[in-house]
Design a protein around this ligand. Structure first.
Ligand SMILES: C[S@@+](CC[C@H](N)C(=O)[O-])C[C@H]1O[C@@H](n2cnc3c(N)ncnc32)[C@H](O)[C@@H]1O
Length: 270
């Protein structure tokens, strides 16, 4: 069957000519394409169907083991690079830790993009989900980046010898509140719940428990002058700045995503 006819057949199923075309760029087998289109019609994210997805300069393997990297998270990398370049902590032996690494998107981007500017000593990819760490490891291997994977919860997972020695600490933790879960798009139900949903913090801020834990423990993980960059929900940014200031982080600033919405904070250990 000519490809144009297949686009016409699949587009109504998947809801757009663009998505039908992406599927057909991925496979030329009409039966495989039809099966992917049916899965898409049932709400499975296109990224999982295609199996790879771009993040900055990388083409990452993506599947149900981890969250699909979002375009707004590219800002975390951008902000981490900018903040690091200002003071260059650990430039001759850089230790990077990506907390809640998922596919490895943030940590691997930083490792690759900083390789020309710093001697990278170690890249730690942390996750509580073993299957996400497997996927991050596969991506690291495909990209030829040497990493150490750490299974466990946030700062506790950082090897003892590196506590107080991380120069660049980045995180995109879960930050959607349980109360918002029912209203999420169907696509999100295909992604790991533990990558999206967070408990409310003890101070009552919805979905803020993980962000709060990362901020509270940051000084225990960071080297002097080390940098923290963390993504969160818009409504959490002001609370996060205040909390980070209380724990003793300095040079605090908020950053916005490409749509101009507050999306995270940057801070530094004194
Ligand atoms: C929002 S996803 C971010 C994935 C990836 N960093 C990205 O930006 O695409 C959050 C990640 O944090 C992990 N996670 C959740 N709770 C955690 C915890 N207590 N300690 C470490 N990782 C955790 C999840 O398994 C998930 O991979």
């Amino acid at each position: 069957m000519p490809e144009d006819d297949l686009v016409d057949e699949l587009a109504p199923l998947v809801g757009s000519v663009r998505e039908a075309t992406w599927i057909l760029e991925h496979t030329r087998d009409p039966d495989v394409a039809r099966s992917l289109a049916r899965r898409r019609a049932a709400g499975e994210p296109l990224q999982y169907l295609l199996g790879t997805w771009p993040f900055r300069d990388l083409e990452l393997v993506v599947d149900r083991r981890a969250l699909i990297p979002r375009p707004e998270t590219e800002q975390v990398v951008e902000r981490a690079l900018a903040a690091w370049r200002r003071t260059r902590p650990g430039a001759d032996g850089l230790v990077v830790a990506d907390l809640g690494t998922g596919t490895g998107a943030i940590g691997l981007s930083l490792a690759i993009e900083l390789a020309q500017e710093a001697a990278i000593d170690q890249v730690l990819l942390v996750d509580l989900a073993p299957e996400a760490l497997d996927l991050a490891g596969e991506n690291a291997e495909r990209l030829g980046v040497l990493v150490d994977r750490c299974l466990g919860s946030w700062h506790e997972a950082i090897p003892e010898g590196r506590r107080g020695g991380v120069h660049l600490l980045v995180a995109n933790p879960p930050y959607v509140a349980e109360a918002e879960e029912a209203g999420l798009a169907i696509e999100l139900s295909h992604e790991p719940r533990g990558a999206l949903i967070a408990a409310d913090a003890a101070d009552g801020t919805p979905g803020f428990a993980d962000v709060a834990e990362i901020i509270d423990g940051a000084l225990g993980s960071l080297a002097p002058g080390g940098i923290l960059v963390i993504e969160m929900a818009e409504h959490q940014v002001e609370v996060a700045l205040a909390r980070a200031s209380t724990v003793g982080l300095v040079d605090l600033e908020a950053f916005a995503d490409l749509a101009g919405h507050p999306r995270g904070i940057v801070g530094r250990a004194p």
